[in-house]
Design a protein around this ligand. Sequence first.
Ligand code: NOJ
Length: 748
Amino acid sequence: MFSRRRALFGVLSATVLITSLSQAGGQASGLETYRDASAPVDRRVDDLLRRMTLEEKAGQMTQIRVGKLRGDCQYANGPLRDDCMKTVLQDAHVGSILSGGGDFPVENTPRAWAETTNAIQKFALDHGRLKIPVLYGADGVHGHSNVVSATMFPHQIGLGATWDPALLEQLGQSTSRAMRATGVFWNFAPVSDVARDTRWGRYYETYSEDPYLAGTLAAANVRGQQSHVDDTAQLTATAKHFAGYSQPLNGHDRSPAQLPVRLLQDTFLPSFQAQFDAGVRTVMINSGAVNGVPVHASRFMPQTELRERMGFKGVAVSDWQDMRYLVDRYHVAPDYRAAIALSVNAGVDMAMEPSNAGEFTSLLLENVRSGAVSRGRIDQAVRRILRLKFDLGLFEKPFVDPSKANAIVDGADRALARSAASEGTVLLKNDGVLPLSSGVRKLVVTGETADDARRQLGGWTVEWQGVPDGYPIPPTATVLQGIREAVPAASVVHAPTVPLAVAEAASADAVIVVLGEKPGAEGPADTENPALTVEQQAWVDAVRATGKPVVVVLLTGRPQVLGSVLGANALVAGWLPGSEGGRGIADVLFGAVNPSGRLPVSWPKVVGDQPMSYDQLPGANGGPSSKYDPAFAFGHGLSYTTFATSGLSASAGTVRFSVANTGSRAGTFIAPVYVHQPVSPVLAPENRLVGFARVTLAPGEKRDVSVTFDLRQLAVTVGDVDASGKREVPRGSYEAVVGDARAGFVVR
Ligand code: NOJ
């Protein structure tokens, strides 16, 4: 019964595909210019725009949640319904649909995703006067992460620890391939916000506290996502959340931020610039308020900074319901109509308006008729949206082939996921117990996260708060499983309780304790106490008291304060390592992979150390707790071999040095390159990261490396307290800093 229904659906969707291709494919003479794939995009945009009614334009500026097209036409899941689709796609002319975290089809398979997006697309094309394709978006934040059978890559914080742009590019390609196979051509990723405060529930969604590292990795990921690797339309990535989202004053998601313009420009915006330079086509606006102004109502942020200073040319989409929140949360507009005018005039081109398409478009139209929003502004926004759709190739390739989707998505790139997990694993501390010998006889594996895939996968996995209770869990190798596979001859005892772990430890060679956090996202994942719990510390204390070597693996989305756990023989940060995390971490524990991961963030010693980052500004009056004094510093990470750098020299924009592997194992060394400015016109961090080298060396091997950087990375916003000056590179003396060595250079 099930398979007959499936077979019938397959035939239907194949028919959809063929119809569309013949519909969109031929370039017969007499085609309107906008449908002529050989015409320049600007001409296609102009041609289409002049044919559109105001109502059709308002529809293009709307993005609606897929829930409105199916089930009860509200929030309940269910099959697509023509009557719901008519309301959204035909009556309101909506041009974009999204799946928020957890908006999957009834059957959560790649094929069902492809059939759903195809059916929506078919409805839109069949019922749209001008046959403008719909652009479908979703959060593929660590792989195509709403799809239960997809491979979940490590979350961004763990990828930040790899310091490996080439890997990020590959991961971007993989995610893009999976999403495009299901007809999703807009990925709301990567996050470009810099990590600043471990209380914040979205800390794990960032790459790094450092603007250069975050931007470099985000840009590489964008290049991967937007590269064209097969015969579907292309995909657009998103730079989010523009900007100033990641340091709410009290650490709580979307609570207001206070960010002086100098801090905003010199610390929060550069990671976005890197993505713009890499050609990202869309940005998502920050839901929060900065300096007393909700960013969705600010002209300074989406206009002055985004467009005029940073040169972004693509589409700016709102975050979830954020125009409405200008009324409901922020009280800066008396009603939704006024809020829409405020936000559209501020520069937001498309509203992610999950619930009521008709209300949004009719209020937008009222605003145009009353003169509150100009027709010119509407045309500007719609022009950007149409250009995006043309650039992606959606007019030519609006559909995908559902019969290919499962094969492309299911279990794809597991080896890549495994190496991403091991590369992102940071060896924080090691008294020599690691790597464990593969000849080990007995190991005890304990801790509440040792065999818990839901915790290992984290938030934004199937649903935004993580895999819901009772829902099928994406195929995942837990740490317990990874260890069992790594040492098949050993006795690996899983001890889910403290007494059992202590009892079993007596006859074991070592104990591995795996600790983690409850999965979550956004506000629900905020915490006032970003630390291991008393119970977790007691668990480790109890097994340490047995006298056996204790290795602690931390599967956490933030560097939690460790307390007594700092005393373990070895500490391994595995972050939220995804489907292959258990194997990737076991690769490091047993030395199949020599760890190269380095902290992309500072690891605080105590909870009060917030916000914390290595680039804090100088000036504190010298008390012991006023200095940068983390448990583990930004850039820290041990290896099973030793490296030495020597021969540092520098000129403006180039730093040269040698790296030698002075130990007995092959390994990869990441050498951060910092710049220090002895005298600066405004406060500058002691050191700023401007580049890094990755060098893989055999034992005894030595290599010369040269790291180049753009002098613009040294720019600061000059001027007085009001930051009234430009961003410019101060002339004068600087020093390049690699390890303990320094070499001077001058910027003229
Ligand atoms: C809200 C989140 O802030 C954003 O990151 C996400 O892309 C959208 N919801 C869509 O799910």
